[in-house]
Design a protein around this ligand. Sequence first.
Ligand SMILES: [Fe+2]
Length: 258
Amino acid sequence: MKILFLADVFGVPGRRAVEEQLPALRERYDADLAIVNGENAADGAGITAKLADKLLAAGADVVTLGNHTYRRGGIASYLATSERVIRPANSGSEAPGHGLAVVEARNGVAVAVLNLLGQLFLPTPVSPWEMVDKLVEEARAAAPVVFLDFHAEATSEKVALATWLDGRVTAVVGTHTHVQTSDARVLPGGTAAITDAGMTGPHHSVIGVKSELAISRMRNRQPVRFEPAEGGVRLEGVVVTCNDDGKARGIEAIRIDA
Ligand SMILES: [Fe+2]
């Protein structure tokens, strides 16, 4: 079976690209399931209930999030009841929402989708290492195929977690940096991995933000209100191929001009 994943959907340009292209991409890659990271959908930081529903309506079976999960008003109560829009499992015991979704793919196979935050260079409430084993156990009890979106800054942490989980999950796909890495591979135990799947959004930018604004904040050290860029829109992510028992057979990084 095949799982299509689209990385960090950024602002209006990213969301439009998903709405316009996800149905055709599902067909092109013969995807049994589509997962979309939506943590930058609302103007580059966070997501609203309305935008989450739009991503689901566009053809995403599950939406994952990240460090900007709770940036927008109203999203906490939405996440508390949503089965298909999940936030990092290590967001803290009081944080509204779920870190695990179990859905049925087109071919009838159950897939567990997990979302975790890295702890290096991010203000993460709970170490992913403290809870990942139990979380994976819970996921494997519910579904043979387990897909983890590991939203983290550091390449080392993402490679380490994929290696730690090799043979126990189908895929460990890194997100958050918005720059796709060239290390998509299946590890020896049968886990597909990539350090970062990239960004679905405007690539003529500094990781999605209008370049002049991002550069100005860095050069002048003054507060600048970030705005999403517009040009160079590309859909980036991966297609994971796996057996129905959850063992990965392949992973292909994708980059498609919108
Ligand atoms: Fe992020």
